[in-house]
Write a protein that binds this ligand. Structure first.
Ligand SMILES: O=C(O)CCC(=O)C(=O)O
Ligand SMILES: [Fe+2]
Length: 203
């Protein structure tokens, strides 16, 4: 359980069986051409906004998609409890692979879609999850996830992007990715992740 005054978040280390973690990372490493520069969506407009975010994403998880969703489903009640939410019917999954390379970052934001953006998904993002992966000895530095609580004067939590670590938090919690440094900027040295949002249907 989280202490009462820390942001409600859950960390699960060794989230996937070792072989699945290696296969998922291998899939991301091998499918480099599927990644495109990430965009920021605001008020219904898709913005390639270098001021707020620099990363690349791909919605193709291939055969690893079902491996990943099954693992999340197995932890669903635990995740809800740690975040302080009653379990809900998942109306949809929003998922992508992401890579942060040298100089990449994501300034503070929330994942909840509001206004016109809300209609782009078949439900509201309630839980945000980030699953980290990288090769042993990958040379990136930085890229900590910083999660801030919405209310109260509490210290933000800073979470290192450790291989095979899942972090979950409420999608409305402000969070950011600190700048990543990758000496030499080799693809194999980057900070890879799966971003996954659990959607709840609307009444
Ligand atoms: O990569 C991370 O640690 C977080 C990414 C994120 O906040 C997002 O994609 O919305
Ligand atoms: Fe986010």
């Amino acid at each position: 359980m989280n202490a009462p005054h820390t942001p409600a978040h859950v960390i699960i280390d060794d989230f996937l069986p070792e072989q699945d973690a290696a296969d998922l990372l291998a899939f991301a490493l091998e499918n480099r051409t599927a990644f495109e520069p990430a965009v920021v969506v605001r008020d219904g407009d898709v913005l390639a906004e270098k001021d707020n975010r620099s990363a690349m994403t791909s919605t193709d998880l291939g055969p690893m998609r079902s491996t990943f969703t099954a693992a999340v489903e197995a932890h669903f009640e635990h995740l809800c409890k740690g975040i302080g939410l009653a379990p809900f019917g998942i109306s949809g999954w929003d998922m992508s692979l992401a890579v942060h390379r040298d100089g990449d970052f994501f300034s503070e934001h929330i994942d909840t879609l509001t206004a016109e953006n809300r209609d782009t998904l078949p439900g509201d993002r309630l839980i945000s999850m980030v699953y980290y992966m990288h090769l042993p000895g990958a040379r990136f530095e930085g890229g900590e996830l910083v999660v801030r609580h919405l209310f109260g004067r509490t210290e933000p939590v800073r979470i290192a992007p450790r291989h095979n670590r899942l972090v979950a938090f409420p999608s409305i919690a402000p969070h950011a990715v600190e700048p990543v440094r990758v000496p030499g900027n080799a693809w194999e040295d980057a900070r890879f992740s799966v971003n996954c949002w659990l959607l709840r249907g609307r009444g």
